[in-house]
Design a protein around this ligand. Structure first.
Ligand code: ATP
Length: 512
């Protein structure tokens, strides 16, 4: 099945099983805004808990905060967002559709790369074992031609973005003969800058009201609290501040479901270090964060680093962790070495001294910062994409199953009396009442056992137990594993020990 179709299925599965709904669904939705349903909220909370504990539980020098979404407007002047948090946009006059000029050009670069990959795949098939990819890349005429076009375009594009040369961006789109995917025409407007921050007003009267912004990132809430936390927590460098919270960006093109939203959630950690040590810490945090992802067991091949060539003006190193989504490798997390840019800017704009007194060297300085920044929703999407399977069974049937890591699954155990009589529901409730304190359980007595298993498979419940007539005599139940579908008879007394460890976040943390 084409990857595009798989993705469509995942999106509809998310809706059908209460994971993600379009916002304001009964009013036909709101672009790029989504609500999490009864299962989605559990999965999302588990992802957040996994991240939070990996930060503040596993590191005794990282603490958390929860800053307000509204901040003093000068924060965004100081951070550079008012002047520079822009995307270059372009409209097609025929379709009236709006695009990000940089994305159109990046897609074009991707097309050259795809052509090269296709040539390589064809040659690999033809030459089999003997295929030498490096040699093929260096000598094949068609590959060299595409590579030269790709490199020339990339260089021209990087230069235009660096200079924010909007005319040149438009000229590239024209020269590359990029057409609007909807109208198929090249009838483009000029490229314009578009600020991504949402504005609103605070204050009740029109005169007294002042413009404030919905935060486009959670990081600034951490920077403006650096002094508060450092002083009240008596923190010594190096130390980190972690935060989970909503962020808002008026994205021009909303695409790919919850991958790019206008209201989303970030999990960010700013790690303050002594100047000069930042690149070592940058390397360490890249590895620590990759390990966090790998502990989920989705396989090393599904992740890669994308080291940035074009750095933001305040950064001296930056890398993304990309995950293999059905629509290609995409950024899920960014790790940035932000120098002392943010703290220095806030010192300048607030007039406060924002420094650290180093008792070892007896000097004061502005700490440097390593940031790790991951989108909860993108993480959620990567978990969903990797877990979704339409599995062909030996009997020819297909079952839809979510192989969620047990620690992230919304429900850990489904409890099912075989029939709705003979005291079995009462026994099932009794088991539920003792286990519900330890992990999330669901009770289900409707339909055949087979149907009930399928329902739980579809929402990723790792374990089910069935209570039958024998249970009343031998105090044992049938425990069924979601992935293997194997069933075993186990005593009720052993259930907690059998399950708790496997479904706890602790089990994931230990793999970090
Ligand atoms: P992109 O290049 O995809 O727009 P970005 O580089 O602007 O992302 P950052 O500003 O580094 O993203 O934000 C950190 C993380 O926040 C990203 O890695 C991503 O997981 C998440 N994120 C950013 N924008 C969005 C969005 N519009 N919707 C959902 N998640 C987002």
């Amino acid at each position: 099945m084409a990857q595009e179709d798989v993705f469509k299925k995942i999106v509809s599965h998310c809706k059908e099983y209460g994971f993600v709904f379009p916002s304001s669904d009964i009013y036909d939705g709101l672009g790029a805004v989504y609500d999490y349903g009864q299962n989605g909220v559990e999965l999302k909370n588990n992802i957040k808990q996994y991240w939070w504990q990996a930060m503040v539980l596993l590191h005794d020098n990282i603490v958390g905060i929860d800053a307000a979404i509204f901040m003093h407007p000068t924060v965004w002047k100081a951070s550079g967002h008012v002047d520079a948090f822009n995307d270059p946009l372009i409209d097609n006059r025929d379709s009236k559709k709006r695009y990000r000029a940089d994305v159109l050009i990046e897609d074009q670069i991707g097309k050259y790369e795809e052509k090269i990959e296709k040539e390589i795949a064809k040659a690999r098939k033809r030459f089999g074992e003997a295929f030498d990819e490096a040699q093929f890349r260096a000598t094949n005429g068609r590959v060299l031609e595409q590579q030269a076009k790709r490199d020339a375009l990339h260089e021209r594009y990087a230069q235009a973005m660096n200079d924010m040369n909007l005319e040149e961006l438009k000229q590239i789109i024209l020269d590359e003969e990029i057409v609007c995917p909807i109208s198929g025409t090249r009838n483009w407007t000029d490229v314009r800058q578009f600020n991504l921050m949402f504005k609103t007003e605070v204050g009740s009267t029109a005169d007294g009201a002042s413009t404030i912004y919905l935060r486009p990132e959670t990081a600034q809430g951490i920077f403006v609290n650096y002094l508060n936390v450092q002083k009240t927590g008596r923190m010594r460098l190096p130390f980190g501040i972690a935060q989970i919270g909503k962020a808002f960006r008026n994205e021009i093109v909303a695409r790919q479901f919850i991958f790019r939203m206008r209201e989303f959630e970030q999990m960010e950690m700013q790690f303050f270090v002594k100047p000069g040590t930042e690149l070592d810490w940058f390397k360490k945090w890249k590895q620590t964060r990759l390990n966090w992802h790998l502990a989920l067991g989705f396989g090393n091949d599904n992740y890669r680093f994308h080291d940035h060539e074009k750095l933001a003006h305040y950064a001296n190193a930056a890398s993304d962790i990309e995950f293999h989504m059905p629509f290609g490798f995409k950024e899920v997390e960014g790790i940035h070495s932000r120098t002392n840019f943010d703290l220095s800017q806030h010192a300048k704009y607030s007039g406060k001294k924002i420094e650290y007194f180093d008792p070892e060297s007896n000097e004061s300085y502005t700490p440097y910062v390593i940031e790790t920044s991951i989108g909860v929703d993108r993480m959620f999407l990567s978990v969903m994409c990797h877990s979704f399977e339409e599995e062909k069974l030996e009997n020819g049937e297909t079952r839809t199953v979510l192989h969620l890591p047990a620690a992230l699954a919304p429900t850990k155990l489904a409890i099912m009396p075989l029939v709705k009589k003979d005291g079995l529901p009462e026994k099932a409730r009794e088991i539920m009442d003792s286990l519900k304190f330890h992990f999330k359980c669901a009770y289900d007595e409707k339909d055949s056992i087979g149907k009930r298993y399928r329902r739980q498979d579809a929402v990723g419940t790792p374990y089910c137990i069935t209570i039958d007539h024998d249970t009343l005599n031998d105090n044992c139940v049938t425990l069924r594993d979601r992935d293997t579908m194997k069933q075993e008879r186990v005593s009720i007394d052993s259930l907690r020990a059998l399950i708790e460890d496997k479904v706890s976040i602790t089990s994931l943390l230990k793999k970090n």
